[in-house]
Design a protein around this ligand. Sequence first.
Ligand SMILES: Cc1cc2nc3c(=O)[nH]c(=O)nc-3n(C[C@H](O)[C@H](O)[C@H](O)COP(=O)(O)O)c2cc1C
Ligand code: SF4
Length: 401
Amino acid sequence: MPANATLLNGAPPTGGDVRARPPDEIVAMIEKSDLRGRGGAGYPLAKKIAAVRDAAKATGRAPLVIANAYDADPDSPLSRTLIKHSPLGVLRGTMIAAVAVGAREAIVYLHPKAEDERRALESELAKLEGSLGGVLISVALGPGGFMGGEESALMNVLESKRAMARQRPPYPASLGVEQRPTLISSAETLAWLPHILERGVRADSKLVSVTGAVRSPGVYEVALGATLAEILDAAGGVIGELKGIHVGGPTGGILSATRRGTRLDFDELRAAGTHMGSGQIRAIAEGTCIVAEAAKLFAYLAKETCGICVPCRVGTARVQGILESVQSQLGRDEDTKWLGELGDHMEQFSLCGFGITAPSILRTTMYEFAEDYRAHIEDHRCPTGSCKPVRARRYETMVQP
Ligand SMILES: Cc1cc2nc3c(=O)[nH]c(=O)nc-3n(C[C@H](O)[C@H](O)[C@H](O)COP(=O)(O)O)c2cc1C
Ligand code: SF4
């Protein structure tokens, strides 16, 4: 697997004399590089920049750039790794994005626990007297919690409100922080910009956090298009027999080991029923109960939901309840139907990516590990023998047929 290690290899380039380049030329170079947002959804950066510039022109409001370095998934510290490796690379990328949209101000947004990274950025900024290429850059801390990294919750946080999502449209590009056109991009996305401007490279690698049953867990830069099997090998290989691969972090689906040939590609992962998400790739060993894994994930999501929309606030709690009942040998035949319906409802009607993507956990596990569900529900036993009951009674708030 060719890993170009562009972002984690050596000192970051300067990006040249950015101010001397017309913004249209910068956008054209970004477009040519094929840079898609690394924060999870893979939206092309050049399109987002164009939308912010258009909105700034139309409204006359000063645009703003935010480098999202929050790392909402605590097991996938991609931005932290980048900042540790090269705080200046992240700051330069943020400055280039600001020049491209015509902003004079930018913010690097961090998790409150990222104290070392905050110090590293502030120390670079002190040397630069707070501004780089004429752009004033500051550091802001999020609230903690998974939703703090979601872009519309992040805007609320920067306006001193609670980290709850906002209805979109309007998108941040047109109506962002304090109603300013706002470019919100992952720090990893922006860290590509000095490389693209100086060397005209294609953005063809991705940082991933390889966790779980592998010999050398950690953050790796791998080629986009590498197979999941190659990525697990890059992390020292799987310990024992592989049962599944959990891709995309807390809202990501779990693929069976037979799908280890799936490629790390925004579209291919979606077609496989999961997504790039937080960039975490977790190896799950044989002997692990997938029902228990799904229950654990939904317990986490039910705790982390911002709760502003009903499909997700109620859906995560009900799915957690049903999965924990199944895990505790209290399952019923109709549970799979209920899980399917709750998942459909969350996916169709949730307000933000959290609730829209979380059902991928249900889709993938119920389809690819159907035997784990069947044994629990029909035979009232865990096929791996590893499940411990977590509930003494069923979750019965729903009207059941
Ligand atoms: C629950 C949740 C948490 C998120 N956390 C992060 C995060 O920590 N860092 C990040 O860059 N994007 C995160 N995102 C995605 C952002 O909402 C947004 O799409 C992203 O920052 C845009 O950057 P990109 O275009 O470079 O991908 C999260 C999304 C969701 C739904
Ligand atoms: S989907 Fe969940 S996290 Fe997102 S707005 Fe709705 S309640 Fe909040």
